[in-house]
Design a protein around this ligand. Structure first.
Ligand code: 5GP
Ligand code: MN
Length: 332
């Protein structure tokens, strides 16, 4: 992969640009995609942002959501945009398989592809890009990219709102160790332009339905197991549980973090029964590497302290398998 600066000449004349991100997108995925979208449009390009699937309700307020395509709902239009594009930007993922149904179209596309991402172990399939696991978020990387292009002055309130969203969500509201001085300087720069950070925090975190709040109570009482001697905790969600509370896609977001607020818990796992697979989410504090854990046991990956994966067996079998691994590896 060539450094992103080598791609700057490609952006000197107006281009048709396709931007995409990972399946089940989060605040950093949509924030970075739409932040980059607004910037590239200002530079005179024709840009199509495409999400691999529907976005969660807590991101529906974001500027640019109305022009974004949903690949699952608008496949023909999305493929036409991909086909006619001169350039492809891939944000917040580093393996085509993270885009699910877009995996094959992306792999087959022959246009130059540019990566901006902060996950470990990028696949060697991009022509240009930056892969920096030490960066807090892809939103921080889009901000750096705009600055490298000499365009800090072009950052308006829409760009600021999009980029702040991923900066906030991927740092756990500026709590995780990845929150560097550069993160706070970026937040300060966005704030100095008039960014309403309270509104963004409320849109993302205080937009729960009553059902979702009651579901959280139910899950913490009925579906969380704590393994004190392994400094670990496990939450399991079945389809039945989610149907009982009419839980929407995205409503289980963040549940995996709760056990880490228990004193002594360093490793938290959420196992969710989806229609087509069993989804695993891992979070840790300190030096337990959940990226390797996800890669070694659950066909996944991610970051050192936040990762995910999947299991092809049933929910019950997955829980048994997970507990066996836990007793074998004894997280410290
Ligand atoms: P989440 O638990 O929120 O789904 O994912 C946590 C982190 O792990 C995210 O940064 C996400 O990109 C990454 N991740 C989640 N699932 C997978 C997966 O199946 N494969 C890889 N490589 N990374 C994943
Ligand atoms: Mn991210």
């Amino acid at each position: 992969m060539r450094p992103i600066q080598d791609a700057f000449p490609l952006l000197e004349t107006p281009k048709k640009i396709f931007i995409t991100t990972h399946h089940k997108p989060d605040g950093d995925a949509i924030g970075s995609m739409l932040g980059l979208y607004h910037y590239l449009v200002k530079k005179g390009h024709k840009v199509t942002p495409v999400s691999p699937c529907e976005i969660p309700d807590f991101l529906a307020w974001m500027p640019g959501v109305n022009v974004m395509l949903d690949y699952e709902a608008q496949q023909q239009e999305s493929l036409a945009a991909l086909k006619s594009a001169d350039l492809i930007f891939c944000l917040d993922f580093n393996d085509y398989n993270r885009t699910k149904h877009l995996e094959q179209p992306l792999a087959e596309a022959t246009q130059p592809k540019i990566l901006l991402d902060h996950h470990l172990f990028p696949k060697p399939v991009w022509d240009y890009g930056t892969s920096l696991p030490e960066k807090s978020s892809t939103c921080e990387m889009v901000y750096d990219f705009i600055n490298q292009c000499g365009d800090n002055a072009l950052i308006d309130l829409d760009i600021a709102a999009c980029l702040y969203t991923g900066l906030m969500t991927d740092t756990g509201s500026f709590k995780f160790p990845i929150t560097s001085a550069a993160v706070h300087l970026m937040a300060a720069d966005l704030k100095s332009r008039g960014l309403d950070h309270t509104r963004i925090h409320e849109e993302v975190y205080d937009s729960w339905s009553e059902n979702r709040m009651r579901f959280l109570g139910y899950v913490l009482i009925e579906r969380m197991e704590v393994f004190k001697k392994y400094n670990s905790a496990l939450i399991t969600l079945s389809r039945k549980d989610m149907n009982m509370f009419n839980i929407q896609s995205g409503d289980s977001e963040g549940l995996v973090n709760y056990p880490l607020s228990i004193s002594g818990i360093k490793f938290a796992t959420l196992i969710t029964e989806r229609t087509d697979e069993v989804k695993m989410s891992f979070r840790s504090k300190g030096d337990f590497d959940v990226s390797s854990f996800a890669r070694n046991y659950f066909e996944g990956g991610g970051h050192f302290n936040a990762s995910g994966g999947r299991s092809k067996t049933s929910l019950t079998e997955t829980i048994v398998y997970f507990k066996k691994i836990l007793s074998d590896i004894h997280p410290k």
